[in-house]
Design a protein. Structure first.
Length: 123
């Protein structure tokens, strides 16, 4: 399907107050993929902007904060690094945790970066 019309930008606002991180992230990912639009197509990143407000008021159980571990690999032998969620919140802020959670729900293809650029997280 080819779109010959110029689509207008749509903005979705999600309030994260007293909600779990997974539910907020899945709602944001659903909107970023364009599945809320009638012009949805798998091969195009639609002009959809998602704003997550009050990310600092998310409901995060202590067990999740202490137990969740983020892994990354530097590319060198023995270069696997890990960071717990509480360390990441302290170092990079809650916005980075939310961004990373939404990023994990977006398909790994060439449209991932254009879609993630449309995500704004306000603490």
């Amino acid at each position: 399907m080819t779109l010959n019309i110029k689509l207008e930008s749509t903005t979705y606002t999600i309030d994260a107050t007293d909600r779990t991180i997974g539910r907020v992230a899945s709602e944001a990912a659903h909107a970023l993929l364009g599945k809320r639009s009638v012009h949805f197509s798998k091969n195009q990143a639609l002009p959809v902007h998602v704003v997550i407000q009050n990310a600092s008021k998310l409901h995060l159980p202590a067990r999740r904060i202490k137990g969740k571990v983020y892994f990354r690999y530097t590319g060198y032998p023995g270069g696997q690094r890990e960071m717990r969620m509480d360390e990441m919140i302290e170092k990079k802020g809650i916005a980075e945790v939310v961004r990373k959670t939404v990023d994990g729900m977006i398909p790994r293809n060439k449209l991932r970066m254009p879609r993630m650029k449309n995500l704004i997280v306000n603490a």
